[in-house]
Each structure stands twice: as C-alpha cells, then as structure tokens.
Write a protein that binds this ligand. Structure first.
Ligand code: ADP
Ligand code: MG
Length: 296
C-alpha cells in the first residue's frame, strides 16, 4: 500500500485484510466514503471522544487519564508532553488498542483500534532480537507485515538507509550502540507501512548528543513519509523540535492543558537554523510555561 513519493508503488504486496489504508502518506485524501466524518471530508487518523481511563489499582481505582477529546488529522506529527505519571503511555496504549477506555471512544482511521494492526510502535527500550542482525530484525518486521520474500530483500536496505543504518546491516544487535538500536526499532516500526507511528519516549534513555541526532533524523523521516505520528515525551525541547502540533497534558488524570499548532517549516531548513528561529524560542517558552503550570 505504499504510496510514498520515495518508495515505488508495491502493487501485489499482500497486506493483512482489515489493516486500514490511510490518507496522508502521499498527502492526498483517500478516505473511504462510508467513514467520512460528518461535516468534514477527511477521516481523522486518531479521534478521541471524551475518553477516560481508570485502572483498578491495588489500593483502589487510579484515574489515569481524561476526560480527553482530540482529533488528529492525517499527516500530523502530534507530540504529547506531560509530567511522569500523567497518563501519556496510557493514552498511547488506548490508541494502539492495547487497552479499552473506561469510557468514551477511541478511533483510528475511523475504526476501533485493533492491537498489532495499523500502528508501528517504538518504545523507550528498543525490544529487538539481539541474536539477529540489524537487517534480520527489519526483515522479520516485513515478514510479519506480510511482505513477500523478494520484496523484503529490496525493502530492508531501503528502510535501513532511511534511518542511517545501511553500513551496519550485517551486525548483530549486541554489536551496535543504544542509539543505533533505537534506529532499528524505528525502521522496524516503519516497515509495516502502517498509517500510524506511535512513539513512547523513544529517546529518553539516550545520551544528549545521540538524542539530538535521532530527533533530527526522525524529523526528516517524518517529513519524507508524511506519516501520522503520536510521540510522547516530557522534554519541551523535543516537543518543539519534532511536533507539528503539541498537546500539553495536566497531571493525572491527564487532560489537555494546551493544544498548539507548531507553525515551523518541516522541510528545507537545517536543524540549527530551526532552533535559532525567534518563533522557535517563543514556542519553547510557551510550551515550557504550560508544562510547568500543569505540573504545579
Ligand atoms: P506516563 O506515561 O505519563 O508516565 P502512565 O500512563 O504510565 O503515565 O500512568 C498513568 C497513571 O496510571 C500513573 O499513576 C500510573 O501509576 C498508573 N498506572 C499505569 N498503569 C497502571 C496499571 N496497569 N495499573 C494501575 N495503575 C496504573
Ligand atoms: Mg510513560
């Protein structure tokens, strides 16, 4: 289903039926007519309506999230920022379909999310197969996505190239750095061509320099693929740099404290130029202020 400008069309690639085909990858709306939202022509990539989530904790119920409502158009790079414990991971798990909301509705591409379908996920820890090679890990993800063998042989180098790992394809996971491992995790999450990319503090365990490099690469990859992404962080800097939209959550139970479009160029600008823009500093100040107010 790939229709990205940087990837040739893959007609005949079997996809598991039911995996939603998304608008946004090619920048054109291909929303099925029967799932169009009232009053609009575009099916939101993610839609949360009055969602609340309460865990049955050992010491009594824990209200983790909401009520929260969010509509995320295809192609958005949404960053969720909030203090530890405010419900960010819970929100991602709801979008991934790993959890069902206690109340309210969650929709991805117009339908109830199905775990393991329709979203590539990157966690804080890369969760790779250490005995396999870098290429082998990506190959496995393609196999799970139903991509035929010949096609996989072509797409592994392409995906590794995209995350800057083409030189280490034959190395084992234990032979590469933490930053490189996280790149493998990103390549793997992109492999399925799922309409959604969900990232839960993927760079939190990395050193500052590596983290900055991966942010830069992810921003570039995201601009190229146009894939709808939901990225969780507690770093204001990371949010401003990566997001096309930033939502700041309150303390638990997380609700929307600030919802901001980030009107910064997504292509044709060097990372350092971007960080030096006055608008960049203004956004960082505004989001930083909201994060501190929400955590107070
Ligand atoms: P964040 O990712 O923002 O740090 P989480 O979504 O992980 O926050 O958790 C939100 C709140 O819900 C926290 O107080 C956490 O302790 C609680 N929580 C998370 N998972 C569970 C669970 N399975 N059972 C009980 N409480 C949980
Ligand atoms: Mg978390």
């Amino acid at each position: 289903m790939s229709s990205r400008p940087d990837a040739p069309a893959e007609s005949g690639t079997p996809r598991e039926s039911g995996a939603p085909v998304t608008p946004g990858e090619s920048g054109t709306s291909v929303a099925p007519a029967d799932s169009a939202v009232p009053g609009g022509t575009e099916v939101p990539a993610v839609h949360l309506d009055e969602v609340e989530h309460v865990y049955a904790g050992a010491g009594g119920p824990v209200a983790a999230l909401g009520p929260i409502s969010l509509t995320v158009p295809p192609g958005t790079f949404l960053v969720l920022v909030g203090a530890s414990g405010c419900g960010k991971s819970t929100l991602l798990r709801l979008i991934a379909g790993f959890e069902k909301p206690t109340s309210g509705t969650v929709r991805t591409g117009g339908a109830e999310p199905v775990p393991g379908r329709g979203a590539g996920i990157v966690f804080q820890q890369p969760r790779l197969f250490p005995w396999k090679t870098v290429g082998g890990n990506v190959e496995l993800a393609l196999r799970y996505a139903g991509v035929p063998r010949a096609e996989r042989a072509r797409r592994v180098p392409e995906l590794l190239e995209r995350v800057g790992l083409h030189d280490v394809a034959e190395r084992r996971i234990w032979q590469i750095s933490g930053g490189q491992q996280q790149r493998v995790a990103i390549a793997r999450a992109l492999a399925g061509d799922d309409p959604l990319l969900l990232l839960d503090e993927p760079f939190a365990a990395l050193d500052a320099l590596t983290r900055e490099r991966l942010q830069e690469d992810l921003r570039r990859v995201s601009a190229r693929t146009g894939r709808t992404s939901v990225f969780v962080t507690h770093s204001v800097e990371e949010a401003v740099f990566l997001g096309s939209r930033v939502v700041v959550l309150t303390r638990r139970p997380g609700r929307v404290a600030l919802d901001l479009e980030v009107d910064l160029p997504r292509t044709g600008v060097e990372p350092d130029e971007l960080r030096a823009l006055p608008e960049y500093a203004a956004l960082r100040a505004e989001i930083g202020h909201a994060v501190r107010a929400a955590a107070a």
